[in-house]
Design a protein around this ligand. Sequence first.
Ligand SMILES: [Mg+2]
Length: 238
Amino acid sequence: MSIHCITFDLDETLWETGPALERAEQALHRWIVRTLPDSEPRALADLQAHRQHFYTTIPEIVHDLTQARISWLVALLTEAGYHPQEAKMLASKGFEVFAEWRSRLVPFDGVQETLAALKERYRVGAITNGNADVRRVGIDHLLDFVITPVEAGAAKPDAAIFRCALDTVQVRAQEAVHVGDDPVCDIAGAAALGMKTIWMNPAGLPWPDGSGTKKHSPTAPDAEIRTLSSIIERIERW
Ligand SMILES: [Mg+2]
């Protein structure tokens, strides 16, 4: 069966996320310290623990990382004595600070060229559990769609998010390939729906076979790549 659609995970597949996320956490921390009326500034680690605890109280929205973080900021500001209306307004501003730094991502070598080449032949989209903003990164014009848990109502590896992406372009699972770095969220999730899978494995790690620390024993990928530029040749073999 011929391939009509390629979907990509974003974080750790098209770029490294760690440094941007760390800078975003630090920038938001500086903003919080400036904004809270505390006499003693709160440490970043304390605030992160506060946020993690808050997330356990909102299981129904925690898959929406943007809304979850904004809700946490509202709670933090309200606890600090801000009026709820003012807390909401300020929380949006605080999230903007975070989002600006969160999206200062540098795509791996060859990402733009590869996406552009694929887009000439296939529908190309992104399926992410995260909240990186592809417009801010500057690759939105290379993607036909971006699906997050907000649109799908579920996060990877739930089949619903892959189904949501395929429905967007009216492509059957057997005609689609998903590319990602996470053995469970990306590979097992997409394979469960019948999509072909390519494991992005830049570090050349051994495939986790279920005997390691992974909670689920994931389905092995159909193919494995170390760099994105080798993907076109690999897909054309299908
Ligand atoms: Mg990833």
